[in-house]
Design a protein around this ligand. Structure first.
Ligand code: MN
Ligand code: MN
Length: 266
């Protein structure tokens, strides 16, 4: 398993959420589920994340909105990558992915992004906030920070975002065309971004923008497990504890954290 180490970073950020706040409270709740004695720390491919020194956790509370928040997140990721660690970020809303990918571009080339979401998050300008959680992939693509973006689970595509998707040659796998044995074609290192609302609300009710007719937890786990290329980092975003039921979304986020960690270590 070599000397790889995971850095888990909790970003308490929801200033760029357009509809509801609450995602800022997510990181400690996901970590509590991750560390809960209700489960063990073995991933499905047999890596024991309970072993010492495989991962560290740091939390960044009260991330400011706009450029200041962007810089804080980018610098935090940059510092961890500099020491050779691999980062998994816990949101926070989806706005955190843009500064994270910006930092990754200092260390990696030709980054492919595998993005799970009900929403394409490609708005050129949403409510006059370039850092909006509805726009991270527009910012990433217009700045040439990703060579290839594959979106899975999309079921809210509108005219504007379809134009954006075509303009930036995004591979959109709409939920209505989704098949669970899907084969994906990457060309370079892969970063994985999981917006929990990509899941069906029955699997993940604790989100600000629930959209019925989505992915199952197993769909996401299988697709992640099937990625053959180097996975270089990941984020889990949009958990809103205010909307959760019986903690199920936190437990699901913690499951993704466990499986993504083992994918990065493998
Ligand atoms: Mn979403
Ligand atoms: Mn999103």
């Amino acid at each position: 398993m070599n000397n790889k180490k995971i850095s888990i970073l909790g970003f308490s950020a929801d200033e760029n959420s357009s509809y509801l706040k609450g995602c800022a409270d997510a990181p400690p709740i996901i970590m509590k589920a991750f560390n809960s004695n209700a489960t063990n720390k073995f991933s499905e491919n047999g890596i024991d994340l309970g072993m010492e020194n495989l991962w560290t956790y740091q939390s960044f509370s009260k991330i400011p909105s706009g450029k200041k928040g962007f810089q804080l997140i980018r610098d935090a990721i940059y510092q961890e990558l500099k020491t050779g660690k691999q980062c998994i970020s816990i949101g926070g809303d989806h706005s955190i992915t843009y500064p994270i990918i910006d930092a990754y571009n200092h260390y990696f080339q030709n980054i492919n992004i595998l993005h799970f979401d009900a929403h394409p998050d490609l708005y050129d300008n949403f409510e006059n906030n370039p850092y909006s959680h509805a726009s991270p992939f527009a910012r990433i693509l217009e700045n040439n920070l990703s060579k290839k973006l594959i979106q899975i689970g999309i079921r809210t595509m509108n005219h504007h975002q379809l134009e954006q998707a075509n303009k930036y040659k995004v591979q959109v796998i709409d939920m209505k065309n989704f098949e669970s044995n899907i084969k994906l074609d990457f060309n370079g290192p892969v970063y994985i971004s999981i917006d929990l609302d990509g899941l069906d609300p029955s699997f993940a009710p604790g989100v600000s923008h629930p959209e019925p007719g989505g992915l199952s937890t197993r769909d996401v786990l299988s697709i992640v497990s099937d990625v053959k290329e180097d996975v270089i980092g990941a984020d889990i975003v949009e958990y809103n504890p205010k909307k959760d039921l019986n903690n199920i979304t936190a437990i699901t986020a913690a499951k993704f954290l466990k499986e993504l960690s083992s994918k990065l270590l493998a």
